[in-house]
Structure formats: structure tokens, C-alpha cells
Design a protein around this ligand. Structure first.
Ligand SMILES: Nc1ncnc2c1ncn2[C@@H]1O[C@H](COP(=O)(O)OP(=O)(O)OP(=O)(O)O)[C@@H](O)[C@H]1O
Ligand SMILES: [Mg+2]
Length: 355
């Protein structure tokens, strides 16, 4: 079984699977694996929360079991469901035999009592459709369990998660209690669309994944898109960091930066201009920005100044943006360690502050 001696060793293993983690992030992930504690990752979209679980599974030689959370997720999708079709087929196949036995009971109440007393084996492990949580518990080989976007489920779902995380066991009334056959590494991710319960947080180690530093982001682009030239990667990353300083409705994510770097490579290679990047910048906005208002803001201020050279937004920009719907990503994470460019700092301020 693959384990890691420390954060640096884990970071190296992740890097071999094209995942670039800061030292403090790698240390927390290592701690979670060493202490066998669930790790809750919070942060804006597209900063590598889900990808960490995938890379960790690959680095640790474990199967990835993923529970994708959404509103309305229930036990039957998260834990298990009885396979009715299989149960029905089973009963169909037994029908003749059951008929034979029932024939001996001429009185209907008698026949009914007889049936109720029979154990047809329908409620046994064989007839379970195993869903991710039970899969992780039943797996003989240890897995990485990814509970993705846990903030999208209702709080009632957290109670079930808590039982599994804390007790490492699942109780199925008809069958009994299954205790974990191996200890999974559990990664939970959240975009912070709602506050998670203190009980859930208490059971997890917690890390805020923020936007990477420019240096780190260049490494990520190179790892994920090796065809991109280093100078192109550098320019796209610088552009993204300038944009993240603007009060946008949605800041460019790491995945969008990778897309933009790929786009710059495809478009820039054929261009004859001395600095094709400057000409491409407007085109790159379509990969980096997803709202018309944000593109307008990035293209230029009303006074014609170039936003890419503006280090802090002018008051007029703030006024324009304030009139728009709430920033779904930037507002939530700006000022919490995620909006800054200092990499993924541990979040101490998340729990209290709301949008
Ligand atoms: N540290 C990193 N190392 C390597 N690739 C990264 C890293 N961070 C982000 N990426 C890239 O960004 C993409 C998006 O990451 P991911 O899907 O994990 O984001 P996320 O934080 O889960 O976003 P969301 O909250 O929207 O689900 C990945 O597929 C990967 O290509
Ligand atoms: Mg994700």
C-alpha cells in the first residue's frame, strides 16, 4: 500500500501525476492521509479541488470513488438501493416452488402467514445496488472517497455523511451494520455556497485552496499543457492575475488560464506580428471571462485606460460592478485568502463571514 513519509514526498508524487501543490497544501494533505482524517477543501471554482482527489488516488495507487453531491441527493443515490428488478426476477424464478408450498395451505390467512414467515433471501448483500459511500466502506482495497461539492446537498445529507465519516460504518436495517473493510482517504470539496454544519467541519481537516501564485500557475500550465511555450504561459498567467485584481463577477480560474494558454498557442503560432499576444488579448478574454460585463470591464475603462496596466480598480469600475448581480465567485472568496495571489493559505475566516 502506498503511503507518504511527509508533505514533500506527497507533493513529488502528485507532481508525477501533473498536480502541482504548494508546500503547505501538500503538508495538510499528507496529514489527512497519515491521521486518516477527512480533508475538507474550500475555495473558488477551478482551483484544483476535485483534481487533488484524482491526483491523490493516482499517486496513492487507490481507486477513486466519487460521490457527486447535488440538491435532492438522497440515501438511495449516496449509500445503497435495493435492486428491485433483481429481487423480482429472483421471486419469479422461485414462483413454481412457492406455488407448490402454498398449495398445502387452503386457508388464505394460513397461506399469508406462511409466506410472511419465509426468508426468500431478498434482503441480503447480493441484492444491494451499492452507491459510493457504501462502496468506499465495503471495498477490500482502500480507496480515495471524493465527496464533491458537498455544499450543494441539504444539511440532512450531512448527518448520513457524518455517520460514515465518524463511525466508518453503514447500517442497513434489513441486513445489519457494515464496518469499513479498509480505511478510505476522504476528500470533501465545497464552493462555499452554504455554510457547512460545525459537526461536519469538526470531523475534517480544513484547507482553503486559493488562486496560485503566478510562479505556481505557470508550473500548472506547463504541466497540464506542455505544448505551451514558457513565455506564452507567463503572459497568459500575468494577464489572468491582472484580471483577478479587477472587481469581476467571476475571476478567471486556473482551468480557464490553461484554456487561454492553449488558445494563445494555437492562435499565436501562426501570427506574424512582433508581439502577437497583445493582439490576441481581446480573444483571450473569451476564454478567461464568462460575463459580458466582465469583458467590458477588462477591455477598457470609460476613460480609455488599459485595464491590463491598471493595478487597482478605479472608483468608476466599482460603481459599475456594484450595480450588477452579486459576484458568485470573487465576492465570496476575495479577502479570505482565495482572492489574493498568495497561494492556498489555510482559511481561518471562512466560517463566520457570509456574502
Ligand atoms: N494545482 C493544480 N495542478 C494541476 N492542475 C490544476 C491545479 N489546479 C487546477 N488545475 C487544473 O484546473 C482544472 C480544474 O480543476 P478542478 O476541476 O479540480 O477545480 P475545482 O476546484 O474542483 O473547481 P469547481 O469548484 O468548479 O469544481 C483541472 O482539470 C486541472 O487541469
Ligand atoms: Mg470540483
Amino acid at each position: 500500500m502506498t503511503t507518504f513519509a511527509n508533505g514533500a514526498e506527497l507533493a513529488d508524487a502528485l507532481r508525477r501525476h501533473d498536480y502541482i501543490a504548494d508546500d503547505d497544501f501538500a503538508t495538510v494533505v499528507h496529514l489527512a492521509t497519515a491521521l486518516e482524517r477527512p480533508l475538507l477543501l474550500e475555495g473558488p471554482a477551478g482551483v484544483g479541488k476535485t483534481e487533488l482527489a484524482k491526483a491523490l488516488a493516482a499517486a496513492g495507487d487507490r481507486r477513486l470513488v466519487r460521490l457527486q453531491c447535488y440538491e435532492g441527493l438522497d440515501d438511495s443515490r449516496a449509500l445503497y438501493e435495493w435492486d428491485y428488478a433483481k429481487q423480482l426476477l429472483h421471486v419469479q424464478m422461485l414462483r413454481d416452488r412457492i406455488g407448490e408450498l402454498l398449495g398445502r395451505h387452503t386457508d388464505i390467512a394460513d397461506a399469508s402467514r406462511f409466506l410472511a414467515d419465509q426468508d426468500f433471501g431478498l434482503y441480503s448483500e447480493k441484492f444491494l445496488s451499492v452507491r459510493p459511500l457504501l462502496d468506499a466502506v465495503l471495498s477490500p482495497e482502500p480507496v480515495v472517497l471524493l465527496v464533491d461539492e458537498v455544499d450543494r446537498t441539504e444539511e440532512s445529507m450531512e448527518a448520513l455523511l457524518l455517520e460514515v465519516l465518524a463511525e466508518r460504518q453503514v447500517t442497513i436495517p434489513e441486513v445489519g451494520t457494515f464496518t469499513a473493510r479498509s480505511v478510505p482517504w476522504v476528500i470533501l470539496t465545497s464552493n462555499d455556497t452554504r455554510e457547512l454544519s460545525p459537526a461536519l467541519k469538526r470531523r475534517c481537516l480544513h484547507f482553503h485552496v486559493g488562486y496560485p501564485t503566478p510562479e505556481r500557475e505557470r508550473e500548472i500550465v506547463t504541466a497540464r499543457a506542455p505544448e505551451v511555450r514558457p513565455d506564452t504561459a507567463g503572459k497568459v498567467v500575468d494577464l489572468a492575475h491582472t484580471l483577478r485584481d479587477l472587481p469581476l463577477r467571476k475571476s478567471p480560474s486556473v482551468s480557464e488560464v490553461i484554456d487561454a494558454a492553449r488558445a494563445a498557442t494555437v492562435l499565436g503560432d501562426g501570427a506574424a506580428e512582433a508581439d502577437p499576444f497583445t493582439d490576441l488579448r481581446d480573444v483571450l478574454f473569451s476564454t478567461l471571462l464568462k460575463y459580458t460585463g466582465d469583458v467590458e470591464l477588462a477591455r477598457g475603462r470609460p476613460d480609455g485606460a488599459d485595464p491590463a496596466r491598471v493595478s487597482s480598480p478605479a472608483p468608476v469600475e466599482r460603481a459599475t460592478v456594484a450595480a450588477r448581480p452579486a459576484n458568485t465567485t470573487t465576492a465570496v472568496f476575495r479577502g479570505r485568502g482565495g482572492g489574493g495571489h498568495g497561494g492556498g493559505g489555510r482559511d481561518t475566516a471562512v466560517s463566520g463571514a457570509r456574502r
